[in-house]
Design a protein around this ligand. Sequence first.
Ligand code: E4P
Length: 224
Amino acid sequence: MELIIDTVDLSEIKEAVEYMPIVGVTSNPSIVKKTNPKDFFEHMRTIREIIGKDRSLHIQVISKDCDSMVKEAHRILEEIDRQVYIKVPVSYEGIKAIKMLKEENIHVTATAVYDLMQGYMALAAGADYIAPYVNRIGNLGADPMELIYELSNRIIMDNYDTKIVAASFKGVEQIKNALNNGAQAITAPVGILKQIFKNPNIEKAVDDFNADWYSMYGEGKGIC
Ligand code: E4P
């Protein structure tokens, strides 16, 4: 299982990788807009410095035609490094770009996946990660979990190395369901991942244990 964060906010990234077992950072142009960095590539290089080479960095192209997507992918790799995962929307032009990038052994994250057949196409094209948009699919009245379940079955049946990185989350329940339905990875805003620890029962359990401890050894007497 892989937990990835969907943000380019530097302080959020620093804190998240320090506190949680985060293995990567994803972004899209709307996420970049929230931080609005003056120099996009400089900002992405700073993210790479923070997360190191062992965590994955996923950066999205913006063009809509294949040749320009491939050109943008090359520029991203030149400006940052060859380890970057190029996020390519699974459109008709995008699937051609995914095929071409994989022929060059470039890491690809197939994104904007709303439908199972789109996922199968990305799988057949050799994408390293496939990103179904959980909340957006739900908003359209479809079942994102069914898509994840069927895509993950196909990955297992046909023995692909591709991973599903479920994306577009608005709450912890959606993340849990995506993982339980077979997603090998999720990418979510840091704020949603931090909600996991906002359960008041955790604090209560710790307070109850500590009350017993202090009743034995005296108030304020710790282990150290
Ligand atoms: C991630 O790769 C996607 O771009 C992102 O999760 C989409 O999230 P949204 O639906 O909240 O915009």
